[in-house]
Design a protein. Structure first.
Length: 127
């Protein structure tokens, strides 16, 4: 499905557009750090827990997906990548989609599921 919607409405009332410089504040206990880059695709409701998946082009040129994270627009000068709103992006080499905002996805959330165990010895995350 091709979708050229150009504006993404965030849960906190902001808007993001294709190729905006963004900061992803990771909530993961695995990384626990902020990541900056350019937003190139959003897949609605296809992440774990039906969250949106964000495709972000990092300053070093790599493309990475994020979900269950807080994304905000920033004013940093981040170089543009080879991206276009008509480019096809995939998740793990599968599920190709074109457009900035993709409302439908075949992504199987079971492929990205995890379990967490909290005990008096700490938190254990099983991917």
């Amino acid at each position: 499905m091709k979708n050229n919607k150009s504006e993404y409405k965030t849960y906190y009332g902001g808007t993001l557009n294709f190729n905006d410089a963004v900061k992803c504040s990771t909530l993961s206990i695995m990384t626990g750090k902020d990541v900056i880059g350019r937003l190139v695709q959003v897949r609605k409701n296809c992440g774990s827990f039906k969250t949106d998946v964000f495709f972000i082009r990092l300053p070093d040129g790599t493309l990475q997906t994020f979900e269950n994270e807080h994304i905000v627009k920033i004013e940093d000068d981040i170089p543009n990548g080879p991206d276009s709103i008509t480019a096809e992006y995939t998740i793990k080499g599968k599920y190709p989609k074109v457009g900035f905002i993709v409302d439908e996805s075949e992504w199987d959330v079971k492929e990205s599921s995890f379990s967490m165990m909290v005990s008096d010895k700490g938190i254990k995350l099983v991917l």
